[in-house]
Design a protein around this ligand. Structure first.
Ligand code: NAD
Length: 248
């Protein structure tokens, strides 16, 4: 019997990377998982097949988290299909780096709209059902740069810092309704997002990490599993690092 038996989870941006790893870990622990993806591309379909090989009930929904109406529609469909959402993982995110002096308005807006407003959109949509159930775990993928800042990532760092403020506020506002909210702050994790930096830069960065390597998506997924499950029943309003001591 897994620690997420009978739980329903919605994970955004889970077609690949950390989101995919979280989906698979949750399913292995007994959850039924709905993933929200921007595009139903080959990688996302492959993720769904991997999920269904463990639990055939799992489903994929197409939607853009930066759209208030699309996020709402996906949540409504998941509720229709599964009856409830016990766990929401705000994982969808993008980086569009650049020095602030040269940062365009579009560059700023799109990162904030997807990373921060996207989480608001999904949280806002799931809350009524969680409040009714007097139960829920909301997990948002922040980042160590949301805590420490990073040159060339003002938009990304601001969005990830915003998630921390959002999470702590929800924890206080909705704790009395039985809802927990926490952030995970990953460091440097080996995914398509970081691979876009190139092999050399990745090795340089890994050498600055006290554990001397980048993290794996499944290592972030283990933290998400803890926060999703009753093992963390008294943990709320927290930011849990997963960074090999890169930021501490
Ligand atoms: P990734 O690029 O592999 O995955 C991000 C996913 O989000 C993609 O599947 C993408 O399609 C989806 N997405 C983007 N815009 C979307 C939208 N508008 N609507 C729905 N889905 C959308 O990246 P990842 O490394 O797996 O990152 C997952 C999360 O973890 C992100 O929020 C990221 O900021 C965060 N994070 C990653 C690292 C890292 O080192 N990889 C570090 C800290 C935080």
């Amino acid at each position: 019997m897994g620690i997420l038996e009978n739980k329903v989870a919605l994970i955004t941006g889970a077609g690949r990377g950390i989101g995919r790893a979280i989906a698979l870990k949750f399913i292995q622990e007994g959850a039924t998982v709905a993933i929200m993806v921007l595009e139903e591309n080959e990688t996302a379909v492959e993720t769904l097949e991997m999920m269904r090989a463990i639990n055939p009930e799992c489903r994929m929904y197409k939607g853009d988290v930066s759209s208030f109406s699309q996020s709402r529609q996906v949540v409504e469909r998941v509720l229709e299909d599964f009856g409830r959402i016990d766990i929401l993982v705000n994982n969808a995110g993008i980086a569009w780096d650049g020095l602030l002096l040269r940062m365009s308005e579009e560059q700023w807006d799109s990162v904030i709209d997807i990373n921060l407003k996207g989480a608001f959109n999904c949280i806002h949509a799931v809350l009524p059902s969680m409040v009714k159930a007097r139960n829920g775990s909301i997990i948002s993928l922040s980042s160590i740069v949301g805590e420490g800042g990073n040159a060339g990532q003002a938009n990304y760092a601001a969005s990830k810092a915003g998630l921390i403020g959002l999470t702590k506020s929800i924890a206080k506002e909705l704790g009395p309704r039985g809802i927990r909210a926490n952030c995970i702050a990953p460091g440097f994790i080996d995914t398509d997002m970081t691979r876009s930096l190139g092999e050399r830069r990745m090795q340089e960065l890994a050498s600055t990490i006290p554990l001397r390597r980048s993290g794996r998506p499944d290592e972030v997924a283990s933290v998400a599993l803890f926060l999703a499950s009753d093992m963390s029943s008294y943990v709320s309003g927290q930011v849990i690092g997963c960074c090999g001591a890169l930021y501490c």
